[in-house]
Design a protein around this ligand. Structure first.
Ligand code: HEC
Length: 202
C-alpha cells in the first residue's frame, strides 16, 4: 500500500510540474497586437490586407441611386425614395445646420460665412440650378463643387437626399407668387412680414 501511495504521489508531482511548464495565462495570449511586426508573413506585417471585395458590415451600399445619385452613370432625375413631410422636415433641419452658414436659410447665397468674406455661392433660384436634376445636388454635397468642400463625411446619403428635396422647396418658394398661397393662409404671410401690425389688425 505504502509503495503504491508513493508512486501515486510521484506521478501527481510529475503531472503538476509538466503542466506548470506549459502554463499559458489568458491575459498573455500569443496573438498579434494591432499593427505589430510579424516574423511569419513575408511583408513582416501582422495586420493583413483585406481580401478583395470585402464589404464592412452595414456598408454594402448596393443601391446605386441612393448612394451615388447616379443612374447608369448619369445624374439621377428622380429621388431614391418618396419625399414626404418627414423627409422635408429632415432636409430643412440638415440644410440649416450644414448649408445655411454659406448659402443662407433661404438659399440666396448670403450666409454668415459669405458675409465674412467666403466666396459667394449662386442662389438656388437661378434658372440653371432650377433645371439641374436632383442627382446634381446630391453630387455637389457628396463630392464638393469648386470652392465648396464636400459633406460626404458629415451627412449620410439619405439625409443628403432630404436636403435636395428641401432645396427644391426653396427654389419653388423663391419663384412663388401670392396665387401659390391658399387664401386661408395669406393672413399668416402678413404676420410674418409685420408681426406687430398683424396682431393689431386681426
Ligand atoms: C463653406 C461654405 C459652403 C457650405 C457650408 C456649403 N456650400 Fe454649397 N457652395 C459654396 C460655394 C462657395 C459655392 C460656389 C462654388 C464655386 O462656384 O466655386 C457653392 C455651390 C453650391 C451649389 C451650386 C453648384 C453649381 O452647380 O453651381 C450647390 C447646389 C450647393 N453649393 C449646395 C450646397 C449644399 C446642399 C450644402 C449643404 C450640405 C452646401 N452647399 C454647403 C459654399 C458652401
Amino acid at each position: 500500500m505504502r509503495t503504491r501511495h508513493t508512486v501515486g504521489r510521484l506521478a501527481l508531482v510529475a503531472i503538476v510540474a509538466v503542466s506548470a511548464a506549459c502554463r499559458q495565462d489568458m491575459h498573455d495570449q500569443p496573438n498579434y497586437q494591432p499593427l505589430e511586426a510579424s516574423t511569419f508573413f513575408n511583408d513582416a506585417q501582422a495586420s493583413r490586407p483585406l481580401v478583395e471585395g470585402t464589404v464592412a458590415r452595414g456598408h454594402l451600399n448596393e443601391d446605386a441611386l441612393l448612394y451615388t445619385g447616379k443612374v447608369d452613370g448619369n445624374q439621377a432625375l428622380l429621388f431614391p425614395f418618396t419625399v414626404d413631410e418627414a423627409v422635408m422636415a429632415k432636409g430643412r433641419e440638415r440644410f440649416n445646420i450644414y448649408c445655411s452658414p454659406c448659402h443662407g436659410q433661404t438659399g440666396m447665397g448670403n450666409g454668415m460665412i459669405v458675409q465674412r468674406g467666403y466666396r459667394r455661392p449662386p442662389p438656388f433660384t437661378e434658372d440653371r440650378l432650377r433645371d439641374a436634376p436632383p442627382g446634381h445636388f446630391f453630387d455637389v454635397i457628396s463630392n464638393g463643387f469648386g470652392a465648396m468642400p464636400d459633406y460626404a463625411a458629415q451627412i449620410r446619403p439619405a439625409d443628403r437626399w432630404a436636403i435636395v428635396a428641401y432645396i427644391r422647396a426653396l427654389q419653388l418658394s423663391g419663384h412663388a407668387t401670392i396665387d401659390d398661397v391658399p387664401t386661408a393662409d395669406r393672413p399668416r404671410l402678413d404676420e410674418v412680414r409685420t408681426p406687430g401690425a398683424a396682431a393689431e389688425t386681426h
